[in-house]
Design a protein around this ligand. Structure first.
Ligand code: ZN
Length: 375
């Protein structure tokens, strides 16, 4: 991993030393970033160092399958030798799949959904996040929207990048709402990794605690002043640590219940998570009280009291923080109608990959009750 403020401005040189024999690079990003000019210096430095870069800039949030497949065809046409994801989680997720799909025709995307289903190797892959949130730069997960609203994950070790470049300069201009929502998503990664029912281990615990500490202290400062370099660097590092935490110890019901909100209503991933976070934690409170109490100690050091009271403090502090960012806090604030909750609850049940990690088992009736509380 490269952690360096301003790394994007010397991206061509940086990649030249890491991949000396390659020249045809495919940059996967979104149209807004491309047009904003944020990538200009990176692209200029790439060409100055002998890179022949093809920019694929049609990634959209919650990328549907056809976007992945079209992007793959374009990467093939350009004979890409290496893939660079440069953007938010969606761009990095699409980059992962292009790297796996472009060099072969033995395995189709439709055969890759699930855990450890990828059987092929991939092109070299570099990731460079422009938000401090998804942690996709360090995870083995790629999320695709299949059909109208179903979100499926490809989870395979091949999706872990060869190199992640963390340049906080790229996040300085991120608007407040996106800073808040993506930062809360990263916090959810840390919290869910720490309480995951399977695969939780001392390494994921250490990463989750460090992540939560960094994210908790720096989220509001980064929202208040987007140009706060220290806060932005801490957020980017916190998001990467949280990503590594859940790469080891996967996320659970907050994410399972967030996916239908994104899938059906196209609410951004971070905001979807923020909307259900306090309500899922309350649902889990008793089952995970001793773990939540340990996380409460991270955000309010020196606190006394029972595990139960610490858990309630954790939830309360998170709610206050979410309110302070002024992002929407109720499902009805993002255009969801009460009549839609049933379908969301039924769709959430499809996320068995995630629900199995929750510290308390979640039935469809539970999911509906959580959505109703969040409505
Ligand atoms: Zn997430």
């Amino acid at each position: 991993m490269v952690v360096e403020f301003g790394a994007a401005r010397r991206l061509g040189a940086l990649l030249r030393t890491q991949f000396p024999s390659l020249t045809r690079l495919c940059v996967v990003t979104d149209g807004f970033l491309h047009k904003s000019g944020l990538l200009d210096q990176a692209l200029a430095d790439l060409s100055a160092h002998g890179w022949n870069a093809t920019v694929i800039d049609d990634v959209v949030a919650d990328p549907p399958e056809h976007i992945v497949l079209d992007a793959t065809s374009r990467a093939r046409e350009a004979s890409a030798e290496i893939v660079l994801g440069l953007g938010g989680g969606s761009s990095m997720d699409v980059a992962k799949l292009i790297a796996v799909l472009a060099p072969q025709d033995q395995q189709a995307l439709s055969e890759m959904y699930g855990v450890n289903k990828v059987t092929v190797s991939r092109l070299p892959l570099v990731q460079m996040p422009t938000t401090a949130g998804t942690g996709s730069e360090v995870t083995a997960v790629s999320i695709v929207t299949v059909g109208e609203a179903k979100k499926l994950g490809v989870v395979a070790p091949q999706l872990v990048a060869d190199l992640a470049v963390l340049d906080a300069e790229l996040t300085l201009g991120l608007p407040v709402v996106a800073t808040a929502a993506t930062g809360i998503d990263a916090m959810v990664h840390a919290i869910e990794a720490y309480t995951s029912a399977h695969l939780k281990n001392p390494v994921s615990d250490m990463l989750a605690v460090k992540a939560l500490e960094l994210l908790w202290r720096n989220l509001l400062p980064a929202c208040e002043n987007g140009q706060n370099r220290e806060a932005r660097e801490a957020m980017l590092l916190g998001a990467a640590f949280a990503g590594q935490a859940f790469a080891n110890s996967p996320v659970a019901a907050v994410h399972a219940l967030a996916y239908p909100i994104g899938g059906i209503y196209h609410v951004p991933h971070g905001l979807s998570n923020a909307l259900v976070l306090p309500h899922v934690l309350r649902f889990n409170a008793e089952a995970a009280a001793h773990l939540y109490a340990e996380l409460a100690d991270v955000i309010v050091p020196g606190m006394t009291g029972s595990a139960r009271s610490k858990t309630l403090t954790l939830i309360e502090r998170l709610e206050l923080m979410i309110a302070a960012t002024e992002i929407p806090v109720r499902l009805r604030d993002v255009g969801i109608e009460r009549s839609g909750l049933k379908r969301m609850a039924s769709d959430a049940m499809l996320q068995t990959r995630l629900l199995m990690n929750n510290p308390r088992s979640v039935t469809e009736a539970d999911a509906l009750a959580i959505y109703s509380a969040a409505f």
